[in-house]
Design a protein around this ligand. Structure first.
Ligand code: UDP
Length: 385
């Protein structure tokens, strides 16, 4: 047996964990990834024809309210200022998202002040809903039928492939509603884009004498015994060969557009209409406004149910999924010698900053347990359900 740990997955979870274990405790690791590149779904690479930095698996916009997480990523790469200002095209025009005072005034053809808009939207909301039990109720209570149907209902049906009443209210809570003209998609105090892409940041995190990286390498459970411990960041059901069944995910796929000039004038254009097959279009050169490009690439995004061989993106977390998750979590706890970390291994809808923060915290928790000869944590502290 070597004195190394094995880390399965070279995305943010695996990379941050490897770095923390190396720096805090001098623990060596082998980090493997079945893909032929590091950085997981955050992988970025320059487009061969246009030289635009493309987010291969869909755009990632870094934002956090944790100063330690912001300092952490900035230690490993230069982050440039970037504010995500999303637009939505509907049948009667182009509007600003998230819903803000500009959206409200334009959509309803009014000129309200912040206080008036608050009162106005409250009058539109369904006050009979006390505790919103799902996505639709959350929208109807706080936005009312008109805004819900124009911007959220169709988009959500396309994105998730189900009735919005089957989805948790927490999905809509990701988006703020603002009664001022702030059209920043995120409310985090720190926001930015890595000047040379996420892959470079993750390569720098992994660049440590105690860390060895092997891409194109699939996890073989038979090798687990060769390591002090295994940290698994792949899909939880996949670890167990889906023996209890498959957790459901939505996957996304893209149609590429390449042309001269500017395709849509903004990085993110949403298309909420239910009669339009795609959900949104991303034009990646607008994610790096400090660069100049004569030509452009844009990606039309579609969503569908994940089938065998598709990349799992969004955990659906329907009721049967939660039961299955609880059953897999039980199996995981009985496994011994393995910990599960990150978006796929914990089956949660997580952003990059949450993944990084949790990996920083988990490394410390795991080290404290190990030093005290206490039971090693199998999952992060946050509840999976
Ligand atoms: N959403 C919507 N209309 C939009 C944007 C978002 O209905 O124009 C809903 C949709 O259900 C989506 C959720 O809000 O899944 C969260 O949106 P977010 O932009 O955070 O999704 P992500 O960028 O993570 O795909």
């Amino acid at each position: 047996m070597s004195d190394r740990v094995l880390i399965v997955g070279a995305g943010f979870s695996g990379a941050v964990l490897a770095r923390q274990l190396a720096e805090l405790a001098g623990i060596a690791s082998l980090v493997i990834d079945s893909r032929d590149h590091i950085a997981g779904n955050c992988h970025t690479a320059r487009d061969a024809n246009t030289n635009v930095m493309v987010h291969t698996y869909g755009p990632h916009i870094f934002h956090t309210d944790r100063p330690d997480v912001w300092d952490y990523v900035n230690r490993f790469g230069e982050f440039k200022a970037f504010t995500n200002r999303v637009k939505a095209t509907i049948d009667r025009g182009v509007f600003s998202l998230p819903i803000n005072l500009h959206t409200i005034n334009q959509f309803f053809g009014v000129s309200l002040s912040p206080d008036q808009a608050k009162e106005f939207l409250a009058s539109k909301g369904d006050s009979s809903i006390e505790e919103p039990a799902n996505f639709e109720e959350q929208a109807l209570k706080f936005l009312g039928k008109d805004l819900y149907e124009a911007f959220f209902k169709g988009y959500t049906m396309k994105q998730w492939g189900c009735d919005p009443r089957e989805l948790p209210a927490s999905i809509l809570k990701r988006l703020p509603v603002r009664f001022n003209y702030d059209d920043n998609y995120y409310h985090s105090p720190y926001q930015g884009m890595p000047a040379e892409g996420y892959t470079q940041v993750i390569a720098n995190i992994l660049d440590h004498e105690l860390i060895e990286v092997r891409t194109g390498t699939t996890y073989d459970p038979a090798t687990a015994a060769d390591f002090v411990h295994v940290f698994y960041t792949g899909p939880l059901d996949g670890y167990f060969d889906k023996r209890l069944g498959a957790l459901s995910y939505r996957t996304v796929f893209w149609e590429k557009i390449e042309q001269q000039g500017d395709y849509q004038g903004v990085a993110c254009m949403n298309h909420p209409g239910v009669d339009i097959p795609h959900t949104r279009i991303h034009e990646h050169k607008h994610f790096t406004p400090w660069e100049k490009h004569e030509s452009t690439v844009a990606f039309v995004e579609y969503s569908k149910e994940t089938e065998e061989g598709d990349i799992p993106y969004y955990p659906k977390r329907m009721e049967p999924d939660k039961e299955l998750l609880a059953a897999y979590a039980e199996l995981a706890k009985q496994e011994g010698g393995v910990s599960f970390l990150g978006r796929l291994a914990t089956y949660r809808y997580m952003d990059m900053h949450q993944v990084i923060g949790e990996a920083i915290d988990f490394a410390s928790t795991w080290l404290v347990a190990r030093n005290n000869a206490a039971p090693l944590p199998v999952f992060p502290a946050a509840s999976l359900l």
